[in-house]
Design a protein around this ligand. Sequence first.
Ligand code: CA
Length: 229
Amino acid sequence: MNKKVLIIEDETDLADIIRDYLKKDNFEVSICNSGSEALNIFDKVQPNIVLLDLMLPGISGLEILRSIRLQSTLPVIIISAKETELDRILGLELGADDYMVKPFSIKELVARVKAQLRRVTTFTNVQIDEKSIFRFCDVEVNRVSRVVKKSEVEIQFTVKEFDILLFMLSHSNQVFSKQQLYEQVWGFEEYGDLNTVVIHIQKIREKLALVNCIVTVRSVGYRYNGDLL
Ligand code: CA
């Protein structure tokens, strides 16, 4: 079945161009040109991935992202003309998986869409085995169901937060640079904004309320401290 992309973007020309490129790669594409209709269309379309503009008439993109995250962990790529660091970080903190600043290359956007969906597919196809569940402290991470629980209570993780956590758990006591984590989890090399990794790690620590589960190795990167927990 073709993967469904929902483009939430009020610049109709740009939305149409993105749609045309995605269709060439056999994506099923829906477009929503207004913020106020976005959530209705999201419910109707049930997309596999969302491309989200931030400045929209009606409701802002960040509001839409917040609402999407209350019900889904699907990949969301922000496409925005806002390029201040604040906006970028705010988007990632609210649970966006990637961020592109206009004007951008449509080919690059398509590559990122594919990378996001590839990572989701790869990680959900893992077979159940002895290592399908990781436990440390009061946390349980299920690789197959992609559910994270702390003290038996489920915690919502975005796709990339989960992928990073799972990658770290699968490689305990090894140090990875931000670049390496980006390549492993986002799946491509040349477009990386490494702050994305930093923010995702911060979110994982906050959500688990465990600062030391992933430790910062100064000037090198990050390590999951399997032995200490
Ligand atoms: Ca706009």
